[in-house]
Design a protein around this ligand. Sequence first.
Ligand SMILES: [Zn+2]
Length: 106
Amino acid sequence: MGMRSQNQTGKKIARERIEILLLRARDLYHTEPEQSRRCVAIARKISTRQRVRIPRELRRLFCRKCSGILIPGHSGRVRLHHGKITTTCLACGKQKRIPVVRTHRK
Ligand SMILES: [Zn+2]
């Protein structure tokens, strides 16, 4: 029990750190691109080590291949095609496709 709750707390902290790092990476993109890339790399390392999944909305902020921040119109090209959003990283050319999910909410 003790071990398990400790592990859960660790994951919660890891998730918070990942979020902070990725948001900082986005903010630093324009002024300090290298620092920005490093923040993404650290966030991904935490995610792997703690086995914490990066939330979907944060995952689309960066390129999985080169860890660069993807900003539509700057470092990323975004196309909507056949119900999928295709994002192309302009730094390394990696493409990723995200299906457009329609949420039914009232
Ligand atoms: Zn890339």
